[in-house]
Design a protein around this ligand. Structure first.
Ligand code: C2O
Ligand code: CU
Length: 495
């Protein structure tokens, strides 16, 4: 039998073009920021909103004058934004009109296991023999969808910026890179009451980085291009890093705005790149960003931040107050960790003056819930390490049938996550709080409930997690997508 590892590496060679792409110079700040459309339900009843999404190929103009073939939810990239209400169920029928199997995961969602997008719970292509045969009328057999699958999301969780993306075993990196990602926003009554910026002043920003071929198509390397640049011919995959940064699918875009507060829901949807975001020029004598939310929802109180280090899959919900800038100012969202092409992300152009009725209250949530380490029933160790061309957790590669940990339903546990090189650590189902980094205080940006945490090189991050509200088998993994695909994923079962 062929070991899974060589299958995954072969998969990358097949999906990646072998030609070396040349970096295409895109003039920055020439394309306006697009906002993904809000998806309308196909029907609603008193408990549930029903949606339908068709996953298919699309042709989109990303680089001016060129067509980029993508794989998209409804054929667009980013996919349509889904808005949900806390306590109202959402059912999404996902149809697969692509030529490959897909899996959909709602990242940050508290989702029962059968709808969580387990990496082997494939939706087979609608046009394949599998789907065409006797399964008509049976959406799923076991976890497999034949042509389509209905995902049920209870939305029994606070308002938050979630996202949905592909999660196919061994192919997540390649499939998300081609465009399979979209926003999923949960709103609730607490958020409604707050005087935060709303409407067109509440802007989701999906940041991703790509490499383009000369014809405008995405270049997906079968080996690590950064290693080529360093002169190593036989590079292996550490994850793709692009030379072109897209925000909501547009290269280095600009956004014209008024001299008021804006809320930005920042999402790093990149396969591997970690950004250190800052504003240039910074607002005089104050912090650039007022952080109001983290991965899993609003913070108890706002936290001023000068820089935001955002690893793949993390979200920062922030307010920027443009009244500190004169009309006519162009404010660049910088990436302080970038090189010559990736050091800028987008530009905010303050073009008009407007009264502002928004505010940032001192308290955002009625009460604050810090998990108490004394109540943790178990402390577990999770060691993330690279091993040649592969990636491992506690010395092992992902195997769907091996369950590593069995937390009890509703229990609280401490996990100590160790990394050799940077790895963003993500848990399905369980939200957590960060207790410490290398036994020191956590970073100011580690506040609030999270589902993904950046673990730095030779760092140990201690988190405290609550395993609620569903029993069943879920995964935890590195969110550098090629690391995940190449083994850095494991199972826990809530019992
Ligand atoms: Cu955003 Cu298991 O992933
Ligand atoms: Cu990793």
């Amino acid at each position: 039998t062929v070991p899974l590892s060589s299958l995954a590496i072969a998969a990358y060679s097949r999906l990646g073009s072998r030609q070396r792409a040349s970096a295409i110079a895109v003039p920055p700040f020439h394309v306006p920021l697009p906002i993904p459309p809000i998806l309308q339900p196909t029907r609603t009843d008193n408990s549930t909103d029903y949606y339908e999404i068709i996953q298919k190929e699309g042709q989109v103009e990303i680089l001016p004058g060129l067509r980029t073939p993508i794989w998209g939810y409804d054929g667009i990239f980013p996919g349509p934004t889904i808005t949900a209400r806390r306590g109202r169920q959402v059912v999404i029928r996902q149809r697969n009109k692509l030529s490959v199997p897909v899996v959909v995961h709602l990242h940050g969602g508290k989702t029962p296991p059968e709808s969580d997008g387990y990496p082997t719970d494939l939706i087979l292509p609608a046009d394949s023999n599998y789907a065409a045969t006797a399964h008509e009328g049976h959406a799923t057999v076991g976890g497999i969808g034949y042509g389509f699958k209905d995902y049920t999301y209870p939305n029994e969780q606070p308002s938050a910026t979630l996202w949905y993306h592909d999660h196919r075993d061994m192919f997540t990196g390649a499939q998300v890179y081609r465009g399979l990602a979209g926003f999923y926003l949960i709103h609730d009554a607490i958020e409604d009451e707050l005087p935060l910026p709303k409407g067109d002043k509440d802007v989701p920003l999906m940041i991703s980085d790509h490499i383009f071929n000369e014809d405008g198509s995405f270049f997906y390397p079968s080996v690590d291009p950064t290693l080529h640049e360093e002169g190593i011919e036989d590079g292996y995959h550490q994850g793709v890093q692009g030379d072109t940064i897209l925000v909501n699918g547009a290269p280095f875009p600009f956004l014209e705005l008024s001299n008021t507060r804006y809320r930005f829901r920042l999402l790093n949807a990149s396969n591997r790149r970690i950004y250190k975001l800052a504003l240039d020029p910074p607002p005089p004598e104050r912090a650039a960003f007022i952080q109001i939310g983290s991965d899993a929802g609003l913070l108890p109180a706002p936290v001023p931040q000068t820089e935001l280090i955002i690893a793949p899959a993390e979200r920062f919900d922030v307010v920027i107050d443009f009244s500190h800038y004169a009309i006519g100012t162009q404010v660049v969202l910088k990436n302080l960790d970038g090189n010559h092409t990736t050091s800028q992300v987008m530009r905010f152009d303050v073009v008009r003056s407007q009264p502002d009725d928004s505010a940032i209250p001192d308290r955002l949530l009625p009460d604050e819930e810090a998990l108490n380490p004394a109540q943790a029933e178990v402390t577990r160790r999770v060691i993330l390490s690279r091993s040649g061309k592969r990636f491992r957790i506690n010395g092992k590669e992902f195997a769907p049938n091996r369950v590593e940990f069995r937390p009890c339903l509703n229990s609280t546990e401490i996990w100590e996550v160790f990394a050799d090189i940077p790895h963003p650590f993500h848990m399905h189902l369980a939200h957590f709080q960060v207790l410490s980094r290398n036994n020191q205080n956590p970073a100011s940006t580690d506040v609030g409930w999270k589902d993904t945490v950046r673990v730095g090189p030779r760092e140990m991050v201690r988190i405290i997690a609550r395993f609620t509200p569903y029993r069943g088998k879920f995964i935890y993994h590195c969110h550098m997508l090629e690391h995940e695909d190449l083994g850095m994923m494991d199972n826990f079962e809530v019992v």
